[in-house]
Design a protein around this ligand. Structure first.
Ligand code: ZN
Length: 284
């Protein structure tokens, strides 16, 4: 079964628990080096992924965008500034998408992003206005819903497989919906929903347990994995954050690249758009 491999293309100062502790313009980025490691790995393994790209990174590192497209990966949008939707007005979100489209149009003419991932999984019922705006801008799928309530993000009670969210309630599937949602992957057991789809969960949970859960999910449906270049890069700066933020952001970074290699060996992956097309959820 094909699963969706996704890379959120952002630098080490973008994550939610870091960005308030550092001024972006003061920081020396590492995105070129960290992304190159991922591109090399994917090329070696013959694997293709979806890159959800932050527009500010695309503007500053045009060669990365060109490399992603040249190497046959899918280019998708991760916002312009990496501010969560909670912090944007609908008009500000429109401006972000407009700016993103202009940059991509200039760098890789003819390529149009059809997939979107909201920074910090910030699509929920407070920000469901974003669904209509994404359709206005030519997006066909979204992958921002975290289908269980966590301290910062998450939506309870929504489907676990790709579905079309209702514009009135993102937790409800509505065939008339114009966008397909690929929610983050959770393993369900005895009423519990265990996130096993990437980021902190992939770093912190025992890896044999993660593989078991992913195999279980694959019995009935594809899963998605998300990885950030800063969390597979050994030299990511570790800021002196409060203990819990530091743990969530940096724990097991040194193990993440190996985990990704093993996942590529054990499971089959493709860009998210391809997986949705294979499932018959998307026809472009
Ligand atoms: Zn992000």
């Amino acid at each position: 079964m094909l699963n969706a491999l996704t890379i959120d293309l952002e630098d080490w100062y973008h994550p939610e628990l870091v960005r308030h502790h550092t001024a972006e313009e003061e920081q020396k980025g590492q995105i070129e080096q960290s992304t190159q490691m991922l591109l090399n790995l994917l090329r070696d393994r013959g694997a293709k992924a979806t890159f959800f790209v932050v527009g500010a990174i695309a503007r500053r590192h045009p060669r990365l965008v060109e490399a992603i497209v040249t190497e046959g990966h899918e280019l998708a949008c991760h916002g312009m500034s990496h501010r969560p939707l909670w912090e944007l007005t609908p008009d500000e979100f429109r401006s972000e998408l407009q700016e993103f489209a202009a940059i991509i149009g200039e760098l890789v003419p003819g390529v149009q992003a059809v997939g979107f991932r909201a920074p910090t999984f910030s699509l929920d019922n407070r920000t469901r206005w974003a669904l209509g705006i994404l359709t206005e801008f030519g997006y066909h799928y979204d992958s921002s819903v975290f289908p269980t309530k966590m301290p910062v993000y998450g939506v309870s009670g929504c489907p676990l497989t790709p579905y079309r969210p209702s514009v009135e309630d993102v937790a409800i599937a509505d065939e008339r919906g114009t966008l397909v949602e690929f929610p983050m992957s959770v393993w369900t057991w005895a009423g519990l929903k265990v996130p096993v789809c990437g980021g902190f969960y992939l770093r912190a949970l025992p890896f044999s347990f993660v593989r078991f859960c992913l195999r279980q999910i694959n019995q009935t449906r594809p899963f998605t994995i998300y990885v950030h270049p800063w969390e597979t890069y050994p030299d990511t700066p570790r800021l002196a954050l409060p203990f819990l933020s530091r743990f969530i952001t940096y724990y097991n970074i040194e193990k993440m690249m190996h985990r990704l290699v093993v996942l590529l060996d054990v499971f089959s992956f493709a860009p998210m758009k391809t997986v949705l097309e294979e499932m018959g959820e998307l026809t472009l």
